[in-house]
Structures are given as structure tokens and as C-alpha cells.
Design a protein around this ligand. Sequence first.
Ligand SMILES: NC(=O)C1=CN([C@@H]2O[C@H](COP(=O)(O)OP(=O)(O)OC[C@H]3O[C@@H](n4cnc5c(N)ncnc54)[C@H](O)[C@@H]3O)[C@@H](O)[C@H]2O)C=CC1
Ligand SMILES: O=C(O)[C@@H]1CCC=N1
Length: 292
Amino acid sequence: MTTGVQTVQRFSDILESPPPDAALPLSLVLVGAGKMGGALLDGWLKSGLDPVRVTIIDPHPSADIVRIAAERGIGLNPASGDIGAPEVLVLAVKPQFLDEIAPDLARLAAPGTLVLSILAGKTLDNLSQRLPGTRAIVRAMPNLPASIGRGITGVVAASGTSEAQRATATVLLSGAGAVEWLDDESLIDALTGVSGSGPAYVFYLVEALAEAGVAAGLPAALSQRLARATVTGAGALLDQSPLSAAELREAVTSKGGTTAAALAVLSGENGIGPIVTQAVAAARRRAGELSG
Ligand SMILES: NC(=O)C1=CN([C@@H]2O[C@H](COP(=O)(O)OP(=O)(O)OC[C@H]3O[C@@H](n4cnc5c(N)ncnc54)[C@H](O)[C@@H]3O)[C@@H](O)[C@H]2O)C=CC1
Ligand SMILES: O=C(O)[C@@H]1CCC=N1
């Protein structure tokens, strides 16, 4: 095993960093409580946000959201006249719906309201044009492990966002995992290609590994268990170990052994490096297309 200088920051250490000293908002409206909006909501409630401060707008809430709202006293689809401009307005619908919902939402984005959008591709400028009532806008890109508090979110703010509002955004997003602030908005589409969409690549790897096992003669159910346990075990080791991914890879790879034979294929001309580079570029490009 290679034992180099231990400079790797483990993800669990990042998660354990204390959140900024900022208060949770006094009122929050969540627009779209699907997979990601629901995951963020879960994190806020676990962070101690008082449920009565939350209102959800979603014309097709899942049974889970309906149950949580009823159990915790969260307002779910109140009459629009009963919703005032909140301290924080979170947008978590599909990006393609922004144009449709923006006219109805504009009155909720009053001066002093922080708009927090997780819509892939939608730029700060675009959001600002659709919600002109406020200058405080934060664009964030979380990822699905947010649903267990193990996500990582990239964030960038419009210049009209105060320090206190940035701190509020950090506190809200910390409920979903680690938070990475960006100074340059143009980086967020690339970040989307790496961490926003990235969990899907890993799940696809599990599927591919399981299928490869079947092709190599394993029973399907066994191969699926092996593939899933291998990826979760490797992920947990990566999380807990001070070693880098490259060092851990070397720890598996015996000279002249089986792993070296497989890695010769994976590192080849048509191997995983060029393919993943193309995949991330495609995701980044698509985010740009969704921006309009
Ligand atoms: N799923 C993921 O891994 C990630 C998603 N995102 C972003 O999160 C946003 C939501 O994606 P998902 O949660 O995956 O989608 P989803 O389809 O699970 O959730 C969207 C929700 O919006 C609701 N909705 C539809 N029309 C609405 C309207 N007019 N008003 C209010 N709510 C409405 C739907 O009923 C649904 O519950 C997207 O913009 C996506 O780019 C960002 C990072 C990761
Ligand atoms: O696929 C999408 O467009 C969203 C953004 C990142 C993950 N899911």
C-alpha cells in the first residue's frame, strides 16, 4: 500500500465543520417538493427549522409530503392569497417549469426575500429577470445524497445578496451535507456535471458491474449484491480513509494481478477517463441549454 503524506480531507470531516452562525429563516416557502425539494425539507426539519415556518407549494405532492405536512403542521398549498412574501423562497421545480410559474411567484419575491434556486442551468440573471422584486438570489446545485444528509452542494450568489442571506443559504443547504461556495457562476454548470449528476454515474456503474458479472457467469441476484456492496464498501472506505482515491486504487492493485489486468482496459484509449470526461462535458453543455 502507498502511504504518502496524508493531505486528503475526508468528507465526514467536512460535514462535521460547524455551520455558520446564522439563524434559520422565520418564514420559508418551498416551491416543488419532489425528490430534491423533499430532501432539502427533510434536512431543514432535522436542523431544527420550525415546521410552522414552512409553506409548500406543489400541485402534485407525494403521499410522503402530504403525510409529513399533516404530521408536522407544515402549510401545504394554502390559498395563494394566504401566502405572504417569505424570508426565503426556495425554487425546486424542474427548470422547464420556471417560465410557467414565475409570474405567480413574482409577488412572493419581495425586497428582503432571499430566492434560493436549485434549478439546473437557470442563471442568476435569468432568475433575476423573472423575479425582479428582490436582488437577493442564490443559485445552488445539490445532489441526491442530500436525502440522507450526505450531499454536496455548489452555491453562487447574486451581488445583491447580503452576507446574512449568504449565511442563511449556507445553514439551509448544510442540512443536505457539505456546501461549496463559488465566486464564479460559470463554474456551476461544470459542477453540475460532476456532483449534481454524478450520483447517477455511480449508480450506473453498479448496474454495469452487475451486468458484467452476469456476462462472466455469475447468477444475476448474486452479481447485483456483489456490485452494490462493492461500490458502497469502496465509498465508505474512501470516506473513512485518509488516503486519496489513487492511493486506495493502488492498494487494490497487485503487480501483475487481476486488478492490473482490468485497469489496463479501464485506462485504455476507450476507457473510463475519456468517457467520463465526455459525460461531464455533455451534462455541462445541457445545463447551458437549460439556462434560457
Ligand atoms: N434529482 C436530483 O438529483 C437533482 C435535482 N436538481 C434540481 O432540482 C429540481 C427538481 O428536481 P427533482 O426534485 O429531481 O424533480 P421532481 O420531479 O422529483 O420534483 C419536482 C416537483 O415539482 C412539482 N411541481 C410541478 N409543477 C409545479 C408547480 N407549478 N408549482 C410547484 N411545484 C410544481 C412536482 O409535483 C414535483 O413534486 C430541478 O430543477 C433539478 O434541476 C438539482 C440537483 C440534483
Ligand atoms: O438531471 C438533472 O437535470 C438534475 C440536475 C442534476 C441532477 N439532476
